[in-house]
Design a protein around this ligand. Structure first.
Ligand SMILES: Nc1nc2c(ncn2[C@@H]2O[C@H](COP(=O)(O)OP(=O)(O)OP(=O)(O)O)[C@@H](O)[C@H]2O)c(=O)[nH]1
Length: 319
């Protein structure tokens, strides 16, 4: 076989491979008219290469952002350099359905796209090639991983029963506010310790499950009564801690009394009858004498203890 025949064969194989490769290949001229449309593009767009040939890409895909893509294509021709468009920047260029069996969660095919200039025999650039990679697996795996991480974060910072912040994240929040106050003791921050009154009796009389229901309903009052930036946590058992940044003790008292009244008016329904509950609260405003978070916490605890001593269902400010 002659050299020319060999070269022709090789060219034929190459063309066959490129036509059937599992990657999208499109060649456009400088009028954005399709010159090559391989089988990947045929299969996913439903349009044959014969129909596509010499048709403007933008008339075939009116959904494409023409202004944006034309700028990119012109850029590739003018600068003679390839560009890469990642799915993270733009999930897809061509709106193709995703058929990947293991990634059934993605409706559309995620794509990475490379646009490269094709130089003519005389060195001029008259065509560009778009290479479209299906990266749906990568994108959906990444999305699943991010969702799992978000879930893990929520689980590690939230109290299971009440959905409030847990003790661990409360400690971190207290430490953060305390440190920022030490650096710049300009704004007032208050800490509230709150404890349900005679909760043991509810457990004893109505059972632990109903006790849990009471804890949930109280927690829902606490979180719905708080502002953005407040930190409502379950300290343990039937005790709660509420961190009120940028709030002095007078404002904290108004806030606590609002909560106390709401809880006093709460009626929890149970098979054994309606349940009423009250709460006692202690407030401590952070000041320069507080040497650590523990000092601040124990002052709020002292105020809470005083509120219990004085007959419960009341708020006291540490003095
Ligand atoms: N249902 C339920 N009960 C809990 C939970 N955690 C702690 N408790 C109960 O809360 C009760 C707390 O009782 P005490 O510490 O004696 O306090 P109290 O009865 O609220 O009385 P005062 O605080 O003095 O008003 C105990 O019976 C605990 O078992 C919980 O997650 N669910």
């Amino acid at each position: 076989m002659s050299d020319t025949s060999n070269e022709l064969f090789e060219l034929h194989w190459l063309f066959d491979m490129l036509h059937n490769i599992d990657v999208g290949l499109v060649v456009l001229d400088t009028n954005y008219e399709i010159q090559l449309w391989n089988s990947f593009m045929e299969n996913h767009s439903g349009m044959s290469s014969i129909t596509a040939k010499n048709t403007s890409l933008f008339s075939v895909f009116p959904d494409l952002n023409a202004e944006w893509l034309q700028k990119k294509l012109d850029h590739v021709v003018a600068l003679r350099t390839p560009i890469f468009i990642s799915w993270e920047q733009r999930p897809f260029l061509f709106s193709f359905k995703s058929y990947r069996p293991i990634t059934g969660i993605a409706e559309k095919m995620f794509q990475n796209v490379t646009i490269r200039p094709l130089s003519h025999i005389d060195g001029s650039i008259k065509y560009v090639c778009l290479v479209i990679y299906d990266v749906t697996d990568v994108a959906t795996n990444k999305a699943a991983l991010s969702a799992a991480n978000r879930k893990l974060h929520i689980m590690s910072t939230t109290d299971d029963l009440t959905g409030l912040k847990n003790r661990n994240s409360l400690d971190k929040a207290l430490e953060m506010v305390f440190e920022s106050y030490k650096r710049a003791p300009t704004s007032a921050h208050s800490l509230v310790m709150a404890d349900l009154d005679l909760f043991k009796k509810i457990n004893d009389r109505y059972g632990h499950q109903t006790g849990d229901l009471v804890l949930k309903e109280v927690s829902s009052i606490l979180s719905s009564s708080s502002r953005k930036g407040d930190f409502v946590g379950r300290f343990g058992g039937e005790e709660f801690a509420i961190l009120l940044p940028n709030c002095d003790e007078e404002s904290a008292l108004i806030y606590c009394e609002k909560i106390r009244e709401k809880i006093q008016n709460l009626v929890v329904k149970s098979p054994k009858g309606d349940i009423k509950i009250t709460i006692s609260l202690g407030i401590s405003q952070l000041n320069e004498k507080d040497l650590s978070v523990d000092t601040w916490l124990s002052k709020a605890d002292d105020a809470l203890y005083q509120a219990k001593e004085k007959g419960r269902n009341q708020t006291l400010v540490y003095k």
